[in-house]
Design a protein. Structure first.
Length: 277
């Protein structure tokens, strides 16, 4: 009422008539403004995350903008605005593959953290709906900063998809020390063995039937399935390739990771290289 009549009467006079202190009026007006500004900020952060961030990451991003609020309040505003994260609804069914019985050892041994740059690169493949058919994507992840350094997509789940992912790596492949994967049959191939031997890269395989031995690749694909694949049907392979390239760019340069202290992979690498220098 007071706000609607400020052009006619002074705030002091209206507060006196209504028996409301000026402090109370200004506090409530400020609170409403803050709530509106906060809601807009939360919405912008959520949309910029491609509908993926939950309260924890939104709180981190809000702190960068000067907001100090609880996750409970963020959750309340998200509910009011109908902002539902992709992680709330995503579900997937597993595809069962034949196992690679090779006797190659597990050189990584679940030691995923504090690895130097390009010391260990992990990989996996997953399925994507393209039109009425399944296509596949492959990614290569550097354990150092969880960056997707190579990726590919194609109609068949084969070793060629893996070598195509290596062809997109911008770094010198001779700097990669270990290539670690699960025992999927697509990784058991002379083409891959020859490529690894040519660049002096050691081979490492998880134990049979143990996804925890390739946990980072598994976790990365859970992220990709939830944020990129879930609910999508790509028109054709060209459309998939285009959108995958866009997602990988966003993943590396804009998506914050809790395991990296809420930095992006590129920020983490940049900060680490500065310390070395």
């Amino acid at each position: 009422m007071i706000r609607n009549n400020v052009h006619k009467y002074s705030v002091s006079a209206m507060c006196k008539v209504l028996q409301v202190s000026r402090c109370t009026y200004y506090y409530e007006a400020k609170s409403k403004t803050n709530e509106s500004t906060l809601s807009a900020a939360i919405r912008d952060i959520f949309l910029a995350s491609r509908n993926n961030y939950g309260t924890r990451k939104i709180k981190v991003e809000l702190r960068k903008e000067g907001f100090q609020i609880s996750r409970r309040r963020i959750a309340r505003i998200m509910k009011q605005k109908g902002l539902v994260s992709n992680y709330t609804t995503a579900q997937f069914k597993p595809h069962v593959d034949k196992c690679n019985e090779s006797k190659v050892a597990n050189l990584v041994n679940r030691e995923f953290n504090n690895r130097p740059h390009l010391n260990v690169v992990v990989s996996d493949l997953t399925y994507v709906r393209v039109g009425m058919n399944w296509n596949y994507i492959c990614v290569l992840v550097d354990l150092f900063n969880r960056e997707i350094i190579g990726y590919s997509s194609g109609r068949h789940k084969t070793a060629r998809l893996v070598t195509q992912a290596f062809s997109t790596v911008k770094a010198n492949l001779t700097n990669i020390e270990i290539f670690h994967t699960d025992r999927g049959n697509e990784f058991k191939n002379q083409l891959i063995d020859d490529a690894l031997q040519a660049f002096g890269i050691q081979r490492s395989l998880s134990m049979k039937g143990c996804p925890y031995d390739n946990a980072v690749a598994e976790a990365t694909f859970k992220i990709i399935k939830t944020e990129f694949v879930h609910g999508q049907t790509f028109e054709n392979l060209a459309n998939l390739k285009l959108q995958l390239a866009d997602y990988v760019n966003w993943f590396n340069k804009h998506r914050i990771h809790s395991s990296l202290g809420y930095l992006t992979p590129c920020q983490f690498k940049s900060n680490s290289l500065k310390k070395v220098v």
